[in-house]
Design a protein around this ligand. Structure first.
Ligand code: BG6
Length: 479
């Protein structure tokens, strides 16, 4: 394995799944604070009021808010050179439309970034990772409203100015392309007005999803342009949930359906954010799905002027697309596809496909030819703590090594890959299910689904495996 000399190795997290302290130091409630716990096959529910007898797993997260120094020291011990995290918008603007930012929230991230820098770790900051102040959901139904553009710009301008000397790498929206599907749109765009769990009658229409995405594209482009104009040291990236689709058969009809699925899921958003324009196939897609976008004067110019510097993706699985008979579906969190008989699946039904990562990186690089980063990749699994406190997780090590090998091959193919941040280097609350027992970490956190636990941190075997990979820049996997 020959990764570039300054390749970034690290881990990725999101504020709402990690920090806890949901109502501390002036933070306002975020949309995720209204999500209950769920499970495999049991969707999370949303409650309009916070009910005292219901457990909301994001309220406490894994208490990074109070333990960030210990956690970042552990990341440094593994050898991290990058830490992907997000800022909770409601820590900065508790209601989203407040007259002034919350100084205690700003000061918290000052401390976190300073701690990273003291350990030689470069922060990679997501501005919006599946959350917004709940007040904006009540007022505007999230990104359905154009009002969000200005509010988001103000929030971004505030954190850019404050952290200009501490943060260089930024991503605008996490997995923005999940907004193209109904399930993903609930997380991505916060259009949850009236949604009260699985039995809910509320339906998010394609019209709403694509209009909300348009607002996000404009917002993203405007803040990218602002960053480029005012802070030349910044590098701005997009972030897509890349689900590689294979045709289930070689029937050209399946191949065409697969191409169309790739256009919707993988290219629609990144074409806008990387190329600065809607793709050529968009018009027909909108027409066939009854979508009529409200595009205001200046929107397309904004989109053209705010293209990103690097492309980032999450990669967990691949799927198949088939048109013949009953095509068995896979599990996922925001996106689902067909089963592939050649692949194994995780305990949560996600299909494991390291070769698909090499294919994906080649496809993306061929299309855009800008630097790439894999900013999420990981395995959610059950872990057992032995009597002596050890946690043996060979399944996670195998997943990690196979995906690092695949990236090494992509680099050898000529792809300009500049970093890798494993999802959930420390156990955290699952976004899709709200569970703790779906663990991704190299670091175990003593916290359980019923809300009990001491929050003690423990190194798993995979902690040392990743440490070896980083120390050798991947070379320990040679041969
Ligand atoms: C990605 C999200 O979709 O997958 C993360 O960006 C999420 O927030 C990760 O946690 C893993 O999914 P889950 O549902 O297992 O937490």
């Amino acid at each position: 394995m020959r990764f570039p000399k300054n390749f970034f190795w690290g881990g990725a997290t999101a504020a709402n799944q990690l920090e806890g302290a949901w109502n501390v130091d002036g933070r306002g409630p975020s949309v995720d604070d209204h999500f209950t716990g769920g499970g495999y096959g049991k969707p999370r529910e949303i409650t309009i009021d916070i009910k005292p007898d219901v457990l909301y797993p994001n309220h406490d997260g894994v208490d990074f808010y109070h333990r960030y120094e210990e956690d970042i020291a552990l990341f440094a011990e593994m050898g991290f050179t990058m830490f992907r995290m997000s800022i909770a918008w409601s820590r900065i603007f508790p209601q989203g439309d407040d007259a002034a930012p919350n100084e205690a929230g700003l000061a918290f991230y000052d401390r976190v970034f300073e701690c990273c820098r003291a350990h030689g770790i470069e922060p990679l900051v997501t501005l919006s990772h599946y959350e917004m102040p709940y007040h904006l959901v009540e007022l505007y139904n999230g990104w359905e409203s154009r009002e969000l553009i200005g509010l988001f710009e103000r929030y971004c301008a505030t954190v850019f100015e404050r952290y200009q000397d501490k943060v260089r790498y930024w991503l605008t929206f996490n997995e923005i392309n999940c907004g193209t599907s109904r399930m993903g749109a609930l997380f991505e765009t916060s259009m949850i007005r009236g949604y009260e769990g699985p039995g809910s009658k509320v339906v998010v229409t394609p019209q709403q999803c694509y209009q909300a995405l348009h607002h996000q594209f404009v917002a993203s482009a405007r803040v990218v342009r602002l960053a480029h104009e005012r802070y030349p040291q910044f590098k701005m990236g997009n972030m897509d949930c890349f689900i590689l689709s294979y045709a289930a058969t070689c029937d050209p009809v399946d191949v065409l359906a697969t191409q169309q699925e790739m256009n919707r899921m993988n290219w629609y958003c990144s074409d806008v954010q990387v190329r600065g324009r809607y793709p050529f196939y968009a018009k027909r897609y909108w027409a066939e799905h009854g979508i009529e976008l409200d595009v205001r004067p200046g929107d397309l110019e904004d989109i053209a002027a705010g293209t990103v510097d690097f492309y980032t993706l999450s990669y967990y699985m691949s799927a198949t697309v088939g048109t013949h008979g009953d095509h068995e579906q896979t599990a996922g969190n925001m996106s689902f596809g067909g089963k592939n008989p050649y692949l194994e699946s995780t305990d949560w039904g996600w299909q494991i496909d390291p070769t698909g990562l090499r294919i994906a990186l080649n496809e993306i690089y061929a299309r855009y030819e800008i630097p790439l980063m894999v900013v999420e990749n990981g395995l959610g699994a059950f872990d057992e703590v032995e009597e002596d406190g050890a946690i043996h997780d060979p399944y996670r090590i195998a997943y990690l090594e196979s995906h690092v090998r695949a990236m090494g091959e992509a680099v050898a193919d000529g792809v300009d890959l500049i970093g890798y941040t494993w999802w959930g280097p420390i156990d955290l609350v699952s976004a899709g299910t709200g569970e703790m027992r779906k663990r991704y970490g190299f670091i175990h956190v003593d916290k359980y689904d019923d809300g009990t636990g001491t929050y003690e941190r423990r190194r798993k075997d995979s902690f040392y495996a990743y440490q070896r990979i980083i120390a050798t820049n991947g070379a320990c996997l040679d041969g």
